[in-house]
Design a protein around this ligand. Sequence first.
Ligand code: DON
Length: 303
Amino acid sequence: MQKTLQRYIEKNRAIAVQGEVADYIPELRKASVNTLGATVATADGDVVSAGDCSTQMTMQSVSKVMTLILALMDLGEEAVFSRVGMEPTGDPFNSIYKLEVRREAKPLNPMINAGAIAVSSMIVGKSVEDRLERIMDLVRVMSGNPDISYSREVYESEAAYGDRNRALAYFLKEHGMIEDVEEVLDLYFRQCAIVVTCEDLAKIGLCLAQFGRNAEGRQVVPPDIARLVKTFMVTCGMYDESGEFAIRVGIPAKSGVSGAIMASVPNRMGIGVVGPALNKRGNSVAGVKLLEDIAREWELSIF
Ligand code: DON
């Protein structure tokens, strides 16, 4: 397994140069286009890594999965889906377009920025710090890594350059979908800056693959919530590339602009990928190809 993973990483490293590191947040520009690494954590207890797997990255949009889980655990499906929908958009992750043209200013799903901001506003807690700590605690129990924290530099960079997110949030406020814009954004920018490695992402993927049971066998997320978020990962997890990814790879997965991908193969394994060079849709260019290769090799497609 390790050799196969290594071989496909070497093969796909060459195509990473076709992509570009996200540059709309200055701190993300520091990543290297050549970085490519992955970890696989299986239900049998194997943890296999290859390439630049020890690279630290921020969760970025992968955190949208964590906040959705937490909001569902806090408030239940009815309350959460009264403020965010269940349909893919086919638009870029930060688009405002559908919010304005649809009859109801309800974000179409929790995996796009507008939806994730609405979801973050529902996380229960006394303060932003308290709510962030609860999100990080969920990352800690799902990954089995008690040392998870967030990057102040990335958070500050994100906050300084997050005007599109501000626009989305104010639009949502105007339509009564959220209340305190600055507070919600502060939480959203911090959750994006939570630092992880491929192993952490693989273990989170494994936890979802095992219907909420983490690698140590502890049920940390209710099974029905694990199933629900994996379904969102299939339909919306790779932004406006979700359809093509479902056809070519066929694994529930969520990406982030740091080049992170967290993938979850039901009952079998979790996969964490780092590959900061992004394609036009904002997904790791080499990471997507790597997943395509190993999905074919190990017959991982759920379809
Ligand atoms: O601009 C943002 O909202 C980002 N910090 C997070 C978005 C993200 O990862 C979208 N991904 N492809």
